[in-house]
Each structure stands twice: as C-alpha cells, then as structure tokens.
Design a protein around this ligand. Sequence first.
Ligand code: FDA
Length: 303
Amino acid sequence: MHRNPINAAMVKALPLMPRALVWRVSQRYIAGIRLEDALDTAASLNRQGMRATIDVLGEDVREPRQVAESAQLYRDALAEISRRGLDCNVSIKLSEMGLRFDPALCRRIMAELVEAAEAHSNFARIDMEDSSVTDVTLAIYRELRANHDNVGTVVQSCLKRTPTDVRQLLTEGMAHLRLCKGIYLEPSEIAHQERTEISKAYNDLLDQLLDGGCEKVGIATHDPPLVKHALAALAARNVPKERYEFQMLLGVAEKLRDELVAAGHPLRVYVPFGEHWYAYSARRLRENPTIAGHVAKNLFLRR
Ligand code: FDA
C-alpha cells in the first residue's frame, strides 16, 4: 500500500508517545472506556438520525478469561441496547472471542452471542480480520447462518479472492455483507496494492452485490468517489432502503456523513469502546501506516 515518509516516521515514534497523547488523538475515534460511554454515543447518534454498531475493543485475545470478559460486555450491550430502545447492533472480532487459541471456544461463544442478539431482535456483525483468518471467518459465518438470520460478516475489496467469495455467498443466499477496502497490510500475491485498484474492486464488488440480489449491503467507506459511485449504483437500480446502508467510523468524515443522512440515506456509525483502546490504536497504526497521517493531522490541527 501507499507509504509516505511522515506516516512511517509516526509509526516508528508511536512506542515513544505517552498514553495521554495517544488518547488525545484516539478519543475522537473511540466512544470511551465504559459500555455506558458507547451507549450514550449510540443514543446521541440516533438522535441525529443515525444508527450505530458497538464494538468492544480487544483483539487477538490469548486467554479464556479475556474472552469471557469481552463476551459478557457484548451480552450487557445487547441487553442495554434493547432496554434503552436504541437503533444499534454489535460488531464482533473472532480473534477477540479466542479464535487464535481455541477455535471451538470461539464457535461456542459466537453461537451464544448470535442467540443473545436474536433474543433481543438484534443483529451481530462479524468483523473481518487479516487474510490468515478469512477462510475460518467465512466458515464460522456460514455455520452461524445455517441456524440464524441475524448475523452478517464483512468482505474486503483489497483481497483478490473477494469477487469469488461474494459470488459463492450470493449463490448460497448468505450475502448480508459489509463491504470495506480492508485495513490490514496484505502481500501482493493475494491483495491489490494500489489505491486505484482497490477502489475499482470496491465499485465492482458493490455492483456485483446489488446485481446479484444481496440480502443487504453495508457500504463502509469515507472515500468520496466511492460514495459517489455507490449513490449512482443505488439510484440506477432503485435499491430500496431496507437493502443497504452507508457505514462510517466514529469521528471520521462527519461532513460527508451528515450530507448522506440529510439526503435520507440510512447510515450506521461504528462505535468502538473499551479498556483496550491503546492496543487498538497502536495496532491500527502499525498495520496501516497511512492512518498515522490522520494522527499527525490531529496533532497539529486540534479541533
Ligand atoms: P480512505 O482510506 O481513502 O479514506 C477516505 C477519507 O476518509 C480519508 O481521506 C480520510 O479523510 C478519512 N479517513 C479514513 N479513515 C480514517 C481514519 N481512521 N481516521 C481519520 N480519517 C479517516 N476493515 C477491515 O479490514 N475489516 C473490517 O471489518 C472493517 N470494518 C469497518 C467498518 C466500518 C463501518 C468502516 C467505515 C470501515 C471498516 N474497516 C474494516 C476499515 C476499512 O477497511 C478501511 O480501512 C477504512 O474505512 C478506510 O478506507 P476508506 O474506504 O474510508 O477510504
């Protein structure tokens, strides 16, 4: 992916940055430390005409105790979302549910969480992580979908395999998907590296999903040309609002977000929260140094 020397320097400097500084930069993108913070943010977004999805921060968990803690936070989130009548679902990373050290535990917990969401008439999205877990993530998604309609996953336009995965999921009637570019740095054998290629793949995949009769697509991007393509693609096919929504990360591209909402498009905001905010921020920066450019921008252009 495109590298710029300032971004690379920011990534190298990251371990030297005090937590307070990283927090100041990150807090715009993170609802807070406690579930209450995420619920308040979701309520505020709802009041502004937006939906939300809550992400309990934490990934690549190595101990059953941590899995249990995260899973409990998701159960609490689902119960509180329902009690407060929020328009908000949950997004879950399989590595946070123990995928890398105990796949059977991960499968068990995910089945429980999808059932808990179902009991509250809610929905669970399985986030997509790096390419080492694409196959197992899609396999677990298929297993869950065999018994539950209220679960979806994510596909990444940077991966060369994605058109094939999408074709297969469309054939199986399981295309309840969020489409994103993909945040992980992947090798050129399996992933497009150039921004133009990733964007073209994104547009083609959205067309493929809309033409193939996807159940619902989450159009997750802040990139104005991609949003423009999506708007034209939706209008050309007269896609009803139940079959799509735009999705954006908390604190990002708020002007574009507000314009879409004002134009009447459904839009969901991804709301991360939790104690593991530092690891999340640091890891995101290491994995995709282009994001460090946003950190630099925020350091110097404080708003
Ligand atoms: P691009 O990177 O070109 O960004 C367009 C513009 O948006 C930038 O110029 C900048 O202004 C702004 N911007 C983008 N990201 C920003 C940031 N972090 N901070 C500040 N400004 C930013 N990936 C993945 O691999 N698996 C997943 O499950 C998900 N899930 C997901 C959910 C949602 C709701 C979103 C919006 C994104 C994801 N992603 C993801 C991340 C996704 O793959 C991608 O890395 C980012 O969305 C950035 O790509 P854009 O399409 O926004 O374009």
